[in-house]
Design a protein around this ligand. Structure first.
Ligand SMILES: Nc1ncnc2c1ncn2[C@@H]1O[C@H](COP(=O)(O)OP(=O)(O)OP(=O)(O)O)[C@@H](O)[C@H]1O
Ligand SMILES: [Mg+2]
Length: 331
């Protein structure tokens, strides 16, 4: 496995920005998740690294080697695409074995068979090994295409929203599996998604993309606790962070226009009166939906307490985040 570094990587499509001036280091053995909404430049970043797209500007380094002029094969990366791509005339077994049958690798056939069984087991697809690739559900096809990457031992795995077509149960199972595979192989992974749960549960590092730019890079915890903009604050955390005009509360810094409060940072007991609008008892916690001067606020509350609709409770922000008129964090 390898360390991959991007230096000022840019790519336009005509007048559209694909990615703009992206610099980051994916440490050897890291599980980096690129998070961003549709059109943010996630797929473009992966395709540039894999060599499927040529950068307008910038460099890509793999373990100290500039790979800018290398072919995709020379770069030795395994990519899982957003749209699965299998050989339809081959069985699942042969699809999985295919990347290992390259004449350069000369993998012995018993080693191929062992690897294929192991990966099929992990992806819960063993019972379909003799099926034609076309005789599978969408979710099964996507698992086979993940498997085709996992049979290899590349410099880095590049994965483009590999779980998005799967049902919730399988998605949860495979999140756990990918994390386990990452830990046991010591693999370096760059994984792209717009799903913040995937980012929070799997990543060692998260890069947040906005309109082709990398706007923050850090551990999931750093990004959650210390977002550098309103945009980043809104990308992690479910329910979303509460954003209110700053004049609702006192003692804000001078340039601040907005205050951000995570639901768990709405402190009860003293402060301003808010009205209870909706109560969701979720078992381990209770979620309260309040209004304060007409602004909606979501909080978490003690599940052993009872809250009546229409009553008032007092709240104050704990660990508030302040933002200026451009949406930048004021520290
Ligand atoms: N081949 C292409 N030709 C023209 N424009 C493109 C091409 N590929 C990407 N773009 C543009 O580049 C920008 C980034 O696209 P990209 O596919 O990287 O986004 P994404 O973050 O992967 O989005 P999604 O979540 O929808 O997959 C978009 O504005 C897109 O329209
Ligand atoms: Mg994409």
């Amino acid at each position: 496995m390898a360390e991959v570094t991007l230096k000022n990587l840019s790519k336009n499509f005509g007048t559209d920005i694909g990615v703009e001036d992206i610099s980051m280091t994916i440490p050897d053995g890291a599980f980096v998740v690129l998070l961003g909404p549709t059109g943010a430049g996630k797929t473009t970043t992966l395709r540039l690294i894999a060599g499927l797209e040529k950068a307008d500007r910038g460099e890509i380094w793999v373990d100290g080697r500039n790979v800018g002029n290398e072919t995709p094969a020379q770069r030795d990366m395994a990519m899982v695409f957003q749209q699965y791509s299998l050989y339809p005339h081959l069985t699942v077994r042969d699809n999985l074995a295919f990347p290992l049958k390259s004449p350069i690798l000369r993998t012995p056939s018993d080693a191929i068979e062992r690897k294929v069984s192991e990966v099929a087991e992990v992806l819960q697809i063993s019972h379909k090994l003799n099926n034609k690739a076309t005789a599978l559900s969408g979710g099964e096809m996507q698992r086979v295409s993940i498997g085709r990457a996992l049979v290899r031992d590349p410099a880095i795995y590049l994965m483009d929203e590999p779980l998005s077509s799967l049902d919730a149960k399988l998605r949860t199972d495979l999140r756990v599996e990918l994390k386990r595979i990452h830990a046991s192989l010591g693999a370096t992974l760059l994984y792209v998604t717009h799903d913040q749960i995937e980012a929070m549960t799997m990543a060692t590092h998260v890069g947040v993309l906005n309109e082709g730019r990398l706007v923050q890079f850090g551990t999931p915890r750093e990004i959650y606790e210390n977002p550098n903009s309103l945009y980043v604050a809104g990308r992690l955390g479910l329910p979303r962070i509460n954003i209110l005009p700053v004049d609702v509360f006192q003692n804000a810094p001078v340039r601040a226009t907005h205050i951000g409060m995570r639901p768990e940072h709405v402190h009860q007991g003293d402060g301003l009166e808010a009205e209870v609008k909706r109560v969701e008892h979720l078992g381990d916690l209770t979620r309260l939906h309040l209004t304060l001067n007409g602004h909606a606020i979501t909080t978490v509350a003690d599940p052993t307490m009872t809250y009546d609709l229409g009553t008032a409770i007092k709240i104050a922000p704990k660990n508030p985040l302040f933002f200026d008129g451009n949406g930048n964090r004021i520290r």
